[in-house]
Design a protein around this ligand. Structure first.
Ligand SMILES: *[C@@H]1O[C@H](CO)[C@@H](O)[C@H](O)[C@H]1NC(C)=O
Ligand SMILES: *[C@@H]1O[C@H](CO)[C@@H](O)[C@H](O)[C@H]1NC(C)=O
Length: 487
């Protein structure tokens, strides 16, 4: 890749981010502007409702037109099956983004008899961001009028309607849901937009009141709340923050550069895709849940990302865990439930989460920080070797808890290997001090299997883990094996 291309990339990214910054500093009232309720005259409806087909998921071939009953039959709308309404977000190009046909196709694969409707509000979505953000009110009104018409004209049950909105489209979905005569079954918010909405009233944003059930996936809430591209606060009954909700794996700048070196620079549209990678990941996680039914990604309720990253939240008791995406368990609590999970960098995104609890015994006082370990897991179905695990601290006679995860399903764990790596080869301090701790037990809790297992040293009562030395092997302890089934 030539340096000019790198420069072009950075200029482009800078422009995009700068435009978001401008937006972020505008008054939150921009989106609150006008809420008149629904339109009574169908002629005012500017949004278009294309009923797509499994054969042409990328074409708007037939429009359902509110007030024109014949359009229902002409488009072959199936009145006995469920309906998905897809609402896109802001667009720089004024065209549908490439995810639209992918989502439509995945919905039809999973529910072949369903009706997948794509709401076309492209002309309003290609304005300056704050203007488009304000238009979500009008789009929401359009969608509500459309749904009420379906219900009144056709007796179509709104309980059969699931709206999916991405970015600005998530807030348009929320407005629509708050205005329909009867509540729709479900709204899924796919990384709802942050700028103009983070501090806005719930009447203009997506909120739990907007449908019987509202689930939200947050994939790009980065930085301070007023700058974040995705909304940071929870806005549904269930709010899932994959990988902490900020940058997604495979979307970092290093990866971008690598991809560009591999594929070359193919115009700005691709650049745009790369910048939006984490934001759009919310959609691909949902598509994954539609297509890979047998690999559901699990999310776990937790008070903070930090606690989750210590493996402290892998419980499924009292509905504390849930499935991301289409087959979500519709739990409605009094407050929004914040849930966390890790994912891999590509589809299928599912990983297996484990909490590792270990007590380091030491005769002498010894505390070290930022230590690299390698953990290998061996199970009934496979093995995942040398998973890197960085320990912020190791200290004599203290217990620690960590989170590790594997992309591979190793089945039920049978054996563990732990290795403490030397940071650099020529570490002078290693000549004078032996860095070692004794371990008697390692406790492992599997999030996906909801099982707790205790591991003991293969040989003897305790094993010594020494920096720069070979692996220590642990096997299942004979007694003490606590098996806990998922509720
Ligand atoms: C409509 O959907 C139902 C299932 O909900 C299916 O049994 C039926 O065949 C569909 N009708 C048409 C004309 O495709
Ligand atoms: C750690 O605990 C053991 C007893 O379990 C004790 O013998 C040892 O002195 C303690 N180490 C430190 C540094 O306090």
């Amino acid at each position: 890749m030539r340096s000019g291309e790198v420069l072009a990339l950075f200029i482009w990214m800078h422009c995009l981010l700068a435009s978001y910054k401008v937006i972020a500093t505008t008054e939150p009232t921009t989106a609150t502007a006008n809420i008149f309720g629904k339109k009574t005259d169908f002629k005012d409806i500017e949004s278009k409702f294309a009923l797509r087909t499994p054969n042409e998921p990328d074409e708007d071939t037939c429009y359902l037109i509110p007030g024109q009953e014949h359009s229902i039959a002409e488009c072959n709308f199936n009145q006995t099956s469920k309906t998905f309404v897809v609402i896109h977000g802001w667009t720089v190009t004024g065209m549908y983004e490439s995810w639209v046909p992918k989502l439509v196709d995945a919905l039809y694969r999973r529910e072949p008899d369903s009706n997948v409707i794509v709401v076309d509000w492209l002309s309003r979505a290609q304005q300056h961001y704050p203007v488009s953000a304000g238009y979500t009110q009008l789009v929401g009104q359009d969608v509500a009028s459309f749904i009420d018409w379906m219900e009144e004209q056709l007796n179509y049950p709104v309980d059969n309607i699931h709206i999916l909105g991405y970015s600005l489209g998530a807030h348009a979905a929320g407005v629509a849901g708050s205005l329909t005569k009867n509540k729709v079954n479900r709204i899924t918010g796919l990384d709802p937009a942050g700028p103009s909405f983070e501090y806005a009233e719930i009447s203009v944003t997506l909120s739990p009141d907007d449908a019987d059930f509202v689930d939200v996936v947050h994939t790009y809430s980065v930085g301070t709340p007023d700058r974040s591209i995705g909304i940071q606060r929870p806005v549904g009954h269930i709010d899932i923050y994959p990988n902490g909700g900020n940058f997604q794996p495979g979307c970092n700048i290093g990866e971008t550069i690598r991809l560009m070196a591999e594929k070359g620079l193919r115009g700005f549209v691709d650049m745009d895709q790369i910048v939006k990678c984490s934001h759009e990941r919310s959609i691909h996680l949902f598509i994954d849940s539609l297509l890979n039914e047998e690999k559901p990604s699990m999310a776990y309720r937790c008070n903070s990302k930090e606690a989750f990253d210590k493996g402290l939240c892998l419980s499924c008791r009292k509905n504390r865990c849930n499935t991301l995406g289409y087959k979500v368990n519709k739990i409605r609590g009094k407050r929004s439930a914040k849930m966390f999970m890790k994912t891999s960098s590509q589809m299928p995104f599912k990983v297996f989460h484990y909490q590792v609890k270990v007590h380091f015994f030491g005769k002498k006082n010894l505390t070290v920080t930022n230590q690299p370990l390698l953990v290998s897991l061996y199970g009934t179905k496979g093995e995942s070797e040398n998973r890197p695990l960085r320990l912020a601290e190791m200290s004599s006679n203290k217990t620690y808890s960590y989170l590790i995860f594997t992309e591979l399903d190793v089945g039920e764990l049978l054996m563990l290997k732990v290795k403490w790596e030397k940071e650099s080869f020529f570490s002078l301090s290693d000549w004078f001090t032996t860095y070692a701790f004794d371990i008697q037990k390692i406790r492992i809790k599997s999030g996906e299997l909801q099982k707790k297992l205790v591991f003991c040293p293969e040989n003897g009562k305790h094993a010594t883990l020494t920096r720069g030395k070979g692996s220590v092997v642990f096997v299942r302890c004979n007694e003490n094996t606590i098996v806990k089934k998922r509720e």
